[in-house]
Design a protein around this ligand. Structure first.
Ligand SMILES: Cc1cc2nc3c(=O)[nH]c(=O)nc-3n(C[C@H](O)[C@H](O)[C@H](O)COP(=O)(O)OP(=O)(O)OC[C@H]3O[C@@H](n4cnc5c(N)ncnc54)[C@H](O)[C@@H]3O)c2cc1C
Length: 450
């Protein structure tokens, strides 16, 4: 067991060890199933602390994990025995309304981030739950309501400040370390600790969004209508579909639209057929501040819930696929469980698959089986999710969003990084040849390039 003696002298933030009273709270992650016990958690106060941790880990050969928002379902923000670089105290941000950019520190969550940009009537694509970290989400690619208009989250990063395995602070952008800049946009936490991000912002303040709730027995018809409706949706309109249980216990198929265009009257007109179909038993779609849309789903995914995910992109949403989806949705093992179909289109799919490390730019629908339960025996929930996912395989595109992989899915990494895997392994060999950053969906350094 390491004593961290020399590290303590270099840290301004706290070092939490198993003896500390806040140890158990500090190692808690969003997924309550994860129970890892690091030897130390460094609550970094700034870039100097991050550099101290990386140098200490290199010198003492200590396993290093990085905690952003702690939301990763696979529990990759913690490790057993090693040192956790915890960025949760690094939430500084500066918006420049003239250049429509923000510089945001790596410990921010989307709720912190959206709050700062909204003040200036600006926004960019971000995660749909406000407690998710900006860092892990962005580094894996990042999807959200604004995909169609603004692209995926990583498409809007203009530069990264990153502490690499040699303990140096680098800026990665189109002009500086372009290979690292490419890899950080989809390659996950493999290349260093990102201490801040510079994002492009857009004039988006009010959106039209909310839920259209249908009974799950009508799910088959609703999903067929949904598939045809989104096929002609403009870039400004994104709609997800989700099988869930409402707070009053109704098994439902909810459609969740978000219109982010400037012309709200046009948005209302576009949404009319979606709101008319059925009709829904509840229509909660209204104009709202984008920050409100971004918190709307928070209560459905509380911190500490137990969770296991299965996911893949779909080739198409076929009639058979819809039937299977509805059948399994009716057999959910927990009322907390949500099965989601996300629609990707517009700007997100216009970026060439090799322009950033995020390669998955052709598939329009993503299936995310988000099993959630309060605790106790995990097996029935996990088995149900696996059976559901296997039954949906005929629709699968054979690809998966890296941030949706569960802890037991390391064998699916090539499905996630796609054709960009080899190039990622080369960049890894250049910036992290000893694979210091390996508590992640790990890209091994390409041996030939070391
Ligand atoms: C309720 C919920 C809702 C979600 N909604 C969305 C969504 O709308 N869109 C979407 O795209 N994804 C979504 N996700 C998935 C999300 O992208 C991942 O869980 C992501 O890992 C979360 O980022 P984090 O910073 O909270 O991760 P953490 O758990 O803190 O870290 C995860 C991984 O990211 C790496 N990492 C974190 N911070 C850094 C850093 N500063 N530098 C380098 N590496 C770092 C670490 O290596 C770690 O392996 C959601 C997840 C949950 C649980």
């Amino acid at each position: 067991m390491t004593s961290f003696e020399s590290l303590r002298t270099h840290l301004r933030g706290e070092l939490i060890t198993p003896e500390s009273s806040e140890y158990d709270a500090a190692r808690r992650l969003w997924n309550g199933m994860v129970d890892k016990r690091p030897a130390g958690i460094a609550r970094c106060s700034g870039v100097v602390d991050v550099v101290a941790c990386v140098r200490y880990a290199a010198e003492h050969n200590v396993l290093l994990a990085i905690r952003g928002g702690g939301h990763n379902v696979a529990g990759l923000a913690m490790c057993d025995d090693g040192l956790v670089v915890d960025l949760s105290r690094m939430k500084g941000a500066h918006v420049d309304p003239r250049s429509r950019t923000i510089r945001a520190q790596g410990g921010m969550c989307w709720g912190d981030f959206d709050r700062e940009t909204h003040l200036f009537g600006l926004a960019t694509t971000g995660g749909a739950v406000s407690t998710t970290g900006i860092a892990g989400l962005t580094l894996g690619g990042g999807v959200g309501w604004l995909n169609g208009r603004c692209g995926f989250v990583c498409d809007n990063v203009r530069s990264f400040e990153v502490v690499t395995a040699d303990g140096r602070v680098r800026v990665a952008s189109a002009d500086e370390h372009p290979d690292l800049y490419w890899a950080l946009r989809g390659g996950g936490g493999n290349f260093g600790v990102v201490t801040s991000f510079e994002f492009q912002l857009y004039p988006i303040s009010t959106v039209i969004g909310g839920l259209l709730v249908h009974p799950l027995e009508r799910g088959r018809d609703v999903l067929r209508f949904y598939r045809d409706y989104v096929a002609s949706a403009p870039d400004e309109l994104t709609v997800y579909a989700a099988a869930l249980t409402t707070p009053d216990g109704l098994e439902a198929l909810a459609l969740v639209p978000c219109y982010c265009g400037e012309d709200l009257e046009e948005g209302a007109r576009l949404l009319e057929p979606l709101r008319r179909f059925g009709p829904p038993i509840a229509d909660l779609v209204v104009p709202m501040p984008y920050v409100v849309m971004q918190q709307m789903l928070d209560a459905a995914c509380p911190y500490g819930i137990h969770s296991y995910w299965k996911s893949n992109f779909m080739r198409d949403l076929t009639d058979d696929g819809i039937d299977t989806f509805v059948e399994f949705a009716r057999g959910r093992t927990s009322p907390r469980t949500i099965a989601v179909i996300e629609h990707y289109h517009g700007q997100a799919l216009r970026v060439p698959p090799d322009a950033t490390a995020f390669a998955l730019r052709t598939e329009s629908f993503d299936l995310v089986i988000l099993t959630q339960w309060e605790g106790g025996d995990a097996e029935p929930h996990i088995q149900w999710a696996r059976k559901f996912w296997t039954a949906m395989k005929p629709s699968s595109a054979g690809t998966v969003y890296v941030n949706a992989l569960s802890a037991d899915e390391e064998s699916r990494l090539r499905e996630a990084y796609g054709a960009n895997y080899e190039r990622l392994a080369e960049v890894k060999a250049k910036y992290d040849p000893s694979n210091m950053f390996r508590v992640n969906h790990n890209i091994r350094p390409l041996a030939a390039a070391i």
